[in-house]
Design a protein around this ligand. Sequence first.
Ligand SMILES: [Zn+2]
Length: 433
Amino acid sequence: MPLTGIGTIHTSTISLPDVYCIPKLHINLASAGQICDSGCFIGLFPNSCYVQDLKSKRVIGTGRRKGRGLYVLDELHLPTHATTMPVNLSSFHLTHFSSKFYLWHSRLGHVSGSRLRFMCNTGVLGDLQSDDISDCSGCKLGKFSALPFNLSTSTSSAPFDLVHSDVWGPAPIPTKGGSRYYVSFIDDYTRHCWVYLLKRRSDFVHTYVEFQAYVKTQHSAIIKCFRADLGGEYTSGDLSGIFKADGTIHQSSCTDTPQQNGVAERKHRHIVETARSMLLSASVPSEFWGEAVLTSVYLINRIPTSHNSGISPYARLFGHTPLYSHLRVFGSTCFVLRPHAERTKLSSRVAICVFLGYGVGQKGYRCHDPVSGKLYVSRNVSFIEHVPFFSIPPTSHGMTKSDLIDIDPFDADCPSDSTSISSVPSQSSGKVP
Ligand SMILES: [Zn+2]
């Protein structure tokens, strides 16, 4: 049954932390194990029960027996020291009660309020009321610079007339796949961007060949002009030969006017600030920076830009508006239906994972289970978007918290064929987002 939220309940008779909201469940259940874990003792008698706080020795709850095995609680107030262990939502600011506007702000990589309002007005996000998002912690932590003005003049009149490129790195820590760099390719005409993760700078030539093949096959185009800063990775003999074979003109920006490559520089800052906001707002460890960068580019390509008079790079390149309904909050907690081959009598049907972005080629959500180290690319995913995965206490990562593992967010007849597994996040494979 789908879980839609976690929170605390306070009424005149009941005070309970860590309460799961499951709309389809028509009875309110309290876990005896969870109450005992909060430092309490439960006394069960043939016709009644009571709950005692072991610290204060006070009786904090009473109830009566109903039927064969159920006890109905008339009153229960768990002590405040027991309510300090639940999920920490304060660093995230997105809660179950947040506005839809703020939810979409988070889903779209902390997009600016003005741009989100513009998207609302076009109707692509459904019925959405504007809200104040100036207090968003992710934005405050992740975005600290004003983007420079665009000083480069573009002369392109069709996709791939001019492609800007830049290599970023080395990152202070490698991704799980061992990458320390990323290279961006930006189409000047549409501003659509592609990013590949690299282990070494010298992998650039190989990656350029891969991108060039993608452009030829998927867009029936040749890169006419390639603009990039001077650097060892761009000036090798191999690359000159590749340019010559295609008739591609290579433009280097002069060393004293680096703003000539302003398009790549601006895109880089947009990508990094979006990725940083997503990582920090959901407390995702830095080693997942590669996933954050790939997701940033995926989102930025779908957000309208003033360069295209309010059309997204994706829409300008592919000629139709992208879908938005599948977008979810990066770093949030999700449940993935395990493939049949992986299920045993003892294991749960679902794996509790962190959501790390969108599949490419094979459509689906990229979900990582840190316990098994597996990366699932699956469509059978259920999300708790306002609960960042890495804010859950470690016992939940280890799937020992029985109340979390017992949640089955899927309908019984849900298909499972579209789930595939790889042992390590394939960040280094450099798939085009
Ligand atoms: Zn934000």
